[in-house]
Design a protein around this ligand. Structure first.
Ligand code: ATP
Length: 367
């Protein structure tokens, strides 16, 4: 059966969906195909429209335009309580007066036709087992840690075996250390259940750790969709390049000899075929692509190089990020492994260093 395959076919199709609230175009003509069993992250800063898109999938908002089709069913006319979707909220929204097991059973008890008591108990036990919370079945939410509450909320979301699990900032309520540990646990749990999942986050590390693919949103628009490494290594616009990770962006005009910028001493060498003469373009170079040396590097063809002074250093243990000031004042970030300097002492503030990167390390952006 086609729907059982995890291939390239769309399990969820979001087709030209828009939503406006008075003056705000919260979601602007978004089209997106999600595969079965995929963990997809919608990533963007606050107010970019990611929660509104999630709420439309859940049926909590009605699209102003467009269609949402899940497993062949147009969800347009399906009310929220009949949708084969489940949304786990940032705050978990557990019922404070109910025990853990009553919280997980709650949705099952609303089902029509009714479930038998034995069936409800069996499913609750199965779900608590899945999230390893059997021991806490009789506790109330306030008697649990944040991470435990999150697991109960997840068990409750999965109890009705939704076709689509929607997670709104699922780890936002946890502190940083627990959050990082929980990211991978959550992924392995979702994969074990085999549910298709869309999560919303403004945290790029979370998106990159958890998702098979990421959709970057800004001002209601979906700017780029790709695997974490595609998004990071081949951003398609300045917003993605700057939002996901750190980067050095150079703006200039494409000429026969490269990109002429105001803030770099020579025209930047571009990879063959990149940019058309006369157009304005930006080049994005990730800090780890910039090679640092104390001595002047050989003038190899296709490499960009310049000399700068160390204006700042962020020591991060395994590596340091050097802020190098070029003669014109431009700051370039370069990340160097701590072991790079060997027995010699690492560069310090005020030192003069050379930086260089090959043309192929720069991504040319036209918007
Ligand atoms: P956050 O991460 O802060 O939740 P978000 O990316 O999820 O942000 P949305 O909550 O989808 O963003 O909001 C997108 C835009 O739509 C914002 O400008 C917001 O103010 C607006 N908006 C959202 N819901 C409503 C509403 N019910 N009425 C009016 N404006 C709304």
């Amino acid at each position: 059966m086609a729907e059982e395959r995890d291939g390239d076919s769309a399990y969820l199709r979001i087709d030209c969906v828009s939503k406006r609230f008075d003056e705000t175009q919260a979601v602007d003509d978004v089209s997106l195909d999600i595969r079965k069993r995929e963990i997809f992250a919608l990533l963007g800063s606050s107010g970019c429209g990611k929660t509104t898109l999630l709420r439309m999938l859940a049926g909590l908002e009605t699209p102003g335009a467009g269609r949402i089709v899940l497993d062949g069913q147009d969800l347009g006319a399906v009310p929220v309580h009949l949708r084969p979707t489940n949304m786990m909220f940032q705050s978990y929204a557990l019922f404070p007066h109910m025990t853990v097991e009553a919280n997980v059973a709650f949705g099952l008890r609303q089902e029509r036709p009714r479930w038998s008591r034995a069936d409800v108990s069996a499913r609750v036990a199965e779900m608590l087992d899945l999230v390893q919370m059997q021991r806490y079945a009789r506790r109330k939410p306030h008697e649990l840690s944040g991470g435990q509450q999150q697991r109960v909320a997840l068990a409750r979301s999965l109890a009705k075996q939704p076709k689509l699990l929607l997670l709104d900032e699922p780890l936002a309520a946890l502190d940083k250390k627990i959050r990082q540990q929980t990211q991978l646990e959550l992924v392995s749990l979702i994969e074990r259940v085999g549910v298709t999942c869309i999560l919303v986050t403004h945290d790029q590390e979370e998106a990159m750790t958890m998702a098979t693919r990421i959709g970057v949103m800004s001002e209601g628009r979906l700017l780029q969709v790709g695997t974490p490494d595609e998004i990071y290594e081949r951003p398609n616009c300045r917003f993605t390049a700057e939002f996901v990770g750190d980067t050095n962006l150079f703006r200039g005009r494409v000429t026969e000899s490269g990109l002429v910028c105001d803030d770099f001493p020579e025209p930047l060498a571009l990879a063959p075929g990149e940019g058309s003469v006369g157009e304005t373009a930006w080049v994005s170079v990730r800090p780890e692509r910039v090679v640092l040396s104390r001595g002047q590097p050989d003038g190899r063809a296709g490499w960009n190089r310049a000399q700068g002074e160390v204006a700042d250093i962020a020591y991060l243990g395994s590596h340091s990020v050097y802020h190098l000031r070029l003669p014109g004042g431009r700051i370039v970030l370069a990340s160097a492994p701590s072991l790079q300097w060997g027995e010699a002492s690492a560069p310090t503030w005020g030192d003069s260093l050379w930086l260089a990167w090959p043309a192929a390390a720069g991504v040319v952006l036209l918007r």
